[in-house]
Design a protein around this ligand. Sequence first.
Ligand code: 5BU
Length: 277
Amino acid sequence: MSSTSRSTYGARAQKHPNALVRRLFEIAEAKKTNVTVSADVTTTKELLDLADRLGPHIAVIKTHIDILSDFSEATIAGLKTLAEKHNFLIFEDRKFIDIGNTVQKQYHGGVLRISEWAHIINCSILPGEGIVEALAQTASAPDFPYGPERGLLILAEMTSKGSLATGEYTTRSVDYARKYKNFVMGFVSTRSLTDVRSENSSRSEDEDFVVFTTGVNLSSKGDKLGQQYQTPQSAIARGADFIIAGRGIYAAPDPVEAAKRYQQEGWEAYLARVGAQ
Ligand code: 5BU
């Protein structure tokens, strides 16, 4: 059976070897949501206000912490408190893309202290296998204080027009995910990658990578800068386990109402996929 498509979050939570993935699926099941809001606002107040208002309706909040004009200790403390209050995970969409030695310093420490507050991070594999190895190494070091509460998504595809994250690049993303599956939770991609065939790795029986799909919007087909959208329904039918929506939610006249709508559409599409409806 294709583990990415027909099993319920609850069933996947019970079997999954990765503690953070188990927690993610448990959150989805408990809150009946597969929505990740991409909170691309530019002040801490707006970010925390959104997180608090949308918290009940989301499984994950995705940040671009470097677009905040006033990032500080209060940003970190506020995000952590709200993640506990509303039971959601924090995903920093930092897209690490450098040699191993550099990304380790960007992830753990530095001015943004990403490892301290982001449960989930992502990276491009353009630099090669070393980037995944380096991030996995940091997270499994004996003195890394956040242990099993951290995970990596490999950016295997992108939603923007003309994206070069295709073909061999995507196949290698799957190879590295398999090789570093203790730390790699899954992918940011536009579809399930379960069926990607590779000469360098093979799919194990119990393989169950999580698929996050960006570029989800109910009322627009794209923007003027190359973004391309699909609906929650189509993303989930193609294999998304979590749908990521930014402007469709935070720029709506009523973001809470919008989040509820994405929650409902995303959940119905999930129920249809697992055959519960
Ligand atoms: P939007 O407002 O829903 O278009 O925001 C999409 C978000 O997802 C935004 O934060 C992007 O940086 C992010 N994104 C994306 O749009 N496409 C991709 O392929 C990846 C990330 Br990876």
